[in-house]
Design a protein around this ligand. Structure first.
Ligand code: NIG
Ligand code: FE
Length: 414
């Protein structure tokens, strides 16, 4: 069966080539007004102007959607999340309201360690079911591709449990999913004074099993004062790279300690967070092929300064936008809000934000051949908006649900 979407007000982000966008390129969003799109067996097979439609459809049986006054765009590619977790942390949210900082909460056994306790006590089935619900939630909000990290296990057993849950999500879900090993999220309490012993566990106990069972695509480290220093990050990444896990890293959330330069040296796919950037950090990033992944909803929720998106774009960096969905710093996986916030607070143009959340997000999980733009042969991962006056209306009307339908690999999910 062929699905035809016709009378589309504008079909957004049509690209012949899969190119990572940097600097000024981010503001160009190619589109065709008054258009149609064809889907067959989960993939985009054709699209074009409504003027040409008669020549392009040869008496096929059609499931027809009339998208008059509606925009169609590629589904969001959320390249940084932690959606496998066992319980919420609104108590810490209350502590924050009363004045405690994120760093203070973490130093008192809250934060990542709080989530780790919950994961260690949870069964694999329970974790799978909870994560499955979150996956359904974000797919209804337009996310078609998602990266998911471990990092709330912090023991050999619990880290592997998280990664096995992600593997099962990959097998059962229609979404395009990538898996990242983040054993180095923080140091477990028992290793507080013996960092070397925990790093030894990561390198010699966790990584060989992960490689053997093909449990991860990437390796991540939280490189930050009070967490992992640059030298520790490099050792862990080098061990991961021996097993073909490329680095995608948490860098410069709270401090700039040289992580950017080191990540670039290791050819990291992306450096994520970037709330705290020096001029030198920006210069290095712009001269590299590493993607800067901005997580504005984390800055929003923690009341921290936003990532310097304008400075990064104007310096010719390649940037992506992601949600960071997790129970501590971002209890939301709504990419529509990520896009809106990046326009409202970081002064990104709607075109820049949509590119950063689609094609560049796809690059940040090496999925650009599969998804992230409208191209023949790519997965039919699409958002059909409600009737709206313009594309800028999406971030402008930030609290409204403007999605009419989401299509993931050809399936209508709303
Ligand atoms: O990306 N900053 C490090 N890790 C997560 C949050 C961890 C947590 O608070 O549970 C993040 O924001
Ligand atoms: Fe994160």
């Amino acid at each position: 069966m062929v699905t035809l979407i016709k009378n589309i007000k504008s079909l957004i982000n049509i690209r012949e080539e899969d190119e990572l966008l940097r600097g000024k390129e981010l503001s160009i969003l190619p589109q065709v007004n008054n258009s149609f799109l064809l889907i067959e067996d989960g993939f985009i097979t054709d699209f074009g102007s409504m003027n040409d439609i008669d020549n392009r459809i040869n008496n096929q049986p059609l499931h027809i959607i009339d998208a008059k006054d509606q925009f169609v765009l590629p589904a969001w590619c959320d390249s940084h999340t932690h959606i496998v977790f066992a319980g919420s942390r609104e108590n810490e949210f209350l502590d924050k309201i009363k004045g405690k900082s994120y760093a203070e909460i973490a130093a008192n056994g809250g934060g990542i360690l709080n989530s780790a306790k919950k994961i260690q006590d949870a069964s694999e089935d329970f974790l799978f079911n909870e994560s499955w619900k979150r996956l359904n939630e974000v797919s209804k909000l337009g996310t078609g591709s998602i990266e998911i990290k471990s990092g709330y296990g912090l023991t050999v057993e619990a880290e592997l449990k998280m990664l096995r849950v992600i593997k099962k999500l990959k097998e059962k879900s229609n979404l395009n999913i990538k898996s990242t090993f983040l054993g180095a999220h923080t140091f477990p309490v028992d290793y507080k004074d013996n960092h070397e012993a925990y790093i030894d566990l990561i390198i010699n106990e966790m990584l060989p099993v992960i490689a053997n069972e093909k449990l991860a695509d990437y390796i991540d480290v939280f490189c930050e004062s009070g967490f992992y220093n640059v030298e520790e990050m490099e050792r862990i990444c080098n061990a991961g790279m021996q097993y073909n896990l490329k680095p995608k890293l948490h860098i410069n959330q709270l401090n700039s300690i040289g992580g950017i330069q080191s990540a670039i040296k290791m050819n990291a796919i992306s450096v994520d967070h970037l709330e705290t950037m020096t001029t030198d950090d920006v210069k290095h990033l712009s001269a590299s092929n590493t993607i800067g992944t901005l997580l504005p909803t984390a800055a929003f929720f923690l009341s921290m300064p936003y990532q310097p998106a304008r400075q990064l774009i104007d310096s010719n960096c390649a940037i992506a936008l992601a949600s960071d969905y997790n129970p501590g710093s971002t209890p939301s996986g709504n990419m529509n809000f990520v896009v809106a916030l990046s326009c409202i607070q970081m002064k990104m143009l709607p075109e820049e934000a949509i590119n950063a959340a689609t094609i560049n997000g796809a690059f940040a999980m090496e999925s650009q051949v599969l998804t992230g733009s409208i191209k023949r042969g790519k997965r039919a991962d699409l958002i059909i908006t409600k009737p709206i006056p313009s594309l800028a209306y999406l971030p402008y009307s930030f609290g409204s649900n403007l999605i009419d339908q989401v299509i993931i690999k050809g399936d209508f999910i709303n």
